[in-house]
Design a protein around this ligand. Structure first.
Ligand code: AMP
Length: 449
């Protein structure tokens, strides 16, 4: 990733993936009818016009929104994609999460919608509102994230959007769709359900985005995607984003896109070459015992252990304490001062093992650790890179071991796709002898990229 990719404006105070308190975020309701927010005073017209985002062709309310988000420069994917989408082209983009791809498609689509809205308002006869843009995402987490970005980037525009995904009641989504959103973010299954019940009408969709298309295919959604596509007008703009461009994706692109601009963006983040990475396949129940062995036999100075939940972090830390390791847990349920104390004793070396959740670890200055253990694999592949970035700093050798239960195989695949390498496989039997752990060590030493 180029260093300029995510340079923030000077007043930016959030971490890269966080949202400022008070900034428009994910609505708990699936419909978001956004009244345009009053412009924040410090950004005058000159500043807006001089922004590199304006140079991409973005209109003032969108430039204002991204500057308000603290973005100083467009990322490479935005530089490539935004002008092409504004020009009405179809695009096939190879880009991963973390590159800023969401803004790459959301910003120009919002601009199209706003301009079409203006044109409509200038017509004498009033017209009905219709869904004019559809963004399809493979998971509800991703759909929710995209919706959050739509809220943020569209905060100074008078557009409505809605999100529909499965696993929750359909009622509120029906209400959202009746409110005639301009843009809908959806997962394929729930969208098809709603289409079959004639609760959503896609005949006026002029802009269609398929995000994380490779994941969509991996998850077996290819038929759903085709059925959604078949319900869209043939004359439309289509944007296909995928972390990898396999023959299957090429096939999908050939069917869906018309003369697309092809854009490939390098991954946003890469793992340090100085971190020896491995994965151990282990049953969930055996993970604590394996961790104890790793800590005992790996001559670990300072280990950072990641769990998915706060509860899990507490339980694990208690177990490690009982087993004689000096450990502490940090997560968002702990008071700030308790967290600070735990961090301080970890820095001093009194505590050897810090058990943390991603949220708690973010924004804390815990690095230079000798070992990172992903006790649970992260739900978001990019978190893997942030986690293991705590070790192997400044040329020092670091180690990262991921414990992968059967249920976490898909998460492992996501991580490996994200970092574009396979992790070396270590041993899986916690009660095995030292030689087996020796095998893990061996694999660690030999897993340079
Ligand atoms: P994405 O790859 O779309 O998931 O974006 C990853 C993160 O980068 C999100 O938290 C965005 O808010 C942030 N982001 C997107 N574009 C920029 C930019 N130009 N400058 C700084 N951060 C950005």
């Amino acid at each position: 990733m180029s260093s300029s990719r995510f340079r923030r404006g000077p007043t930016f105070r959030r971490n890269r993936f966080g949202h400022r308190p008070g900034a428009p975020g994910l609505s708990t309701s699936p419909v978001v009818s956004q009244a345009p927010r009053a412009a924040s005073p410090p950004l005058d017209a000159k500043t807006l016009a001089a922004s590199p985002f304006a140079a991409l062709g973005l209109a003032e309310p969108l430039v204002r929104a991204v500057l308000d988000e603290g973005y100083a420069h467009p990322s490479p994917v935005q530089v490539e994609v935004v002008p092409k989408v504004l020009a009405g082209r179809d695009v096939l983009v190879c880009a991963q999460t973390g590159t800023g791809k969401t803004a790459g498609f959301v910003l120009p689509i919002l601009q199209h919608l706003a301009q079409e809205g203006e044109a409509r308002a200038n017509q004498s006869a009033p017209t009905r509102r219709h869904v004019r843009a559809l963004i399809l995402a493979p998971t509800r987490e991703l759909a929710a994230q995209i919706t959050q970005r739509v809220s943020a980037y569209g905060q100074f525009l008078n557009l409505r959007h809605a999100v529909v995904y499965g696993g929750v009641s359909q009622r509120s989504q029906e209400v959202a769709l009746r409110a005639m959103p301009d843009l809908v973010v959806a997962t394929p299954g729930r969208l098809l359900d709603l289409m079959q019940q004639r609760l959503v009408d896609l005949h006026a969709v002029g802009h269609f985005v398929l995000d994380e298309a490779d994941r969509m295919l991996d998850m077996g959604f290819v038929h759903d995607v085709r059925r959604v596509c078949a319900a869209l007008p043939p004359r439309r703009q289509t944007l296909l984003f995928s972390a990898t461009i396999s023959p299957a994706i090429q096939g999908l692109a050939a069917r869906m896109l018309v003369d697309p601009a092809r854009i490939a963006i390098a991954p946003a983040v890469t793992t340090a070459q100085t971190v020896q990475q491995s994965v151990v396949f282990v049953a969930r129940a055996d993970k604590p015992a394996l961790l104890e062995r790793v800590l005992r036999e790996g001559s670990v100075e300072r280990a950072l252990v990641f769990t998915r939940t706060k509860h899990g972090a507490n339980r694990l830390s208690e177990r490690l304490d009982r087993a004689g390791f000096l450990s502490a847990a940090i997560h968002s349920n702990k008071t700030q001062s308790a967290r600070e104390r735990a961090l301080e004793s970890f820095r001093r070396g009194t505590t050897k093992v810090l058990v943390a959740t991603d949220v708690a670890a973010r924004g804390t200055h815990v690095d230079n650790v000798s070992l990172v253990v992903n006790f649970d694999l992260p739900n978001v592949a990019e978190s893997y890179v942030h986690r293991i970035g705590r070790t192997g700093r400044a040329g020092a050798l670091g180690r990262a071991i991921s414990f992968c239960d059967q249920d976490e195989r898909a998460l492992l695949r996501d991580v490996e796709r994200f970092i574009r390498r396979r992790l070396t496989i270590g041993t899986s039997t916690p009660e095995g002898g030292a030689s087996e752990f020796g095998a893990v060590e061996h694999s660690l030493v030999n897993c340079g990229s």
